[in-house]
Design a protein around this ligand. Sequence first.
Ligand code: GLY
Length: 341
Amino acid sequence: MVDRRKFLKATSLAGASILAGNSSFGEAGIPNSNPVSDKPIVISTWDFGLAANAAAWEVLRNNGRALDAVEKGVRIPEADPDNQSVGLGGFPDRDGKVTLDACIMDEFGNCGSVAALENIVHPISVARLVMEKTPHVMLVGEGALNFALQQGFKKENLLTPESEEAWKQWLKKSEYKPEINIENKSFRPDKLPGNKYNHDTIGMLAIDAKGNISGACTTSGMAFKMHGRVGDSPIIGAGLYVDNEIGGATSTGVGEEVIRNVGSFLVVELMRQGYSPENACKEAVMRIIKKKPETAKNIQVGFLAINKQGEYGAYAIQKGFSFAVCDKNDQALLIKGNSYY
Ligand code: GLY
């Protein structure tokens, strides 16, 4: 439980790797710098990953399945009205509608996804039911909502007064300009959980005691996007990918660039080739930068990955990308990922 944690620690990736004493090798025989953790383990994006990991850890420490852990974990930010980038209280699109994207993937390669889902607090749980109860992978919009209602989910208003006010302010200029690094101002442990200054998607990856890997990814998408816009988060291979033989990856930031590079699938395939998790994430970021160097200067994209051995790492275009780690030492680590800029 989070209140029993011995540590709440902001540290650097380098510091974490020294503590972990990892000596494994990455691509081209270059020693990698990725921390290793005993299984089970759960990692997730941004500061709000700390609270989400704590919920996932309750499943993992009781020998539960990674799939159950990631679903339970990401439901925490989904239900938090102060978190304006995920679930309830998320920033709306430019029409004032909160539309949610989410996906989930298990150790067997099963996956489920919802996109542009309105009025349902827990899109991740709807995505799981798409995976388990339908012959499909993805449901969108009204079809996703109807399915959720059939499955017993309740319709709720997701637009909080704070997010509605932010939208009204945005309408004055109507300038679509996704903000980068507002999370830089955000590490405020006094505000956890539910740090309203934090932003963007939660992606979570877990390995359970049996060594099986699952992942989940959920977001309200880019603030003030066009109605109907879908980002990377519900796209299997873009916002999330898991291969139980190799590892898993997830992404955060401007989804269009992640989709164009099939980012999370790329990270997992690079790990298959021997890249360490951090170097795989770095290579995926470099593809984005190489293709669109001018665009990349002004956007954030970050990847987070874990391999089958429990090594984890991250890399982002811009400074300020944090991720949270929880393992059997009952630690709650918040780590600053490395970045290009
Ligand atoms: N990564 C979240 C989005 O682009 O919607």
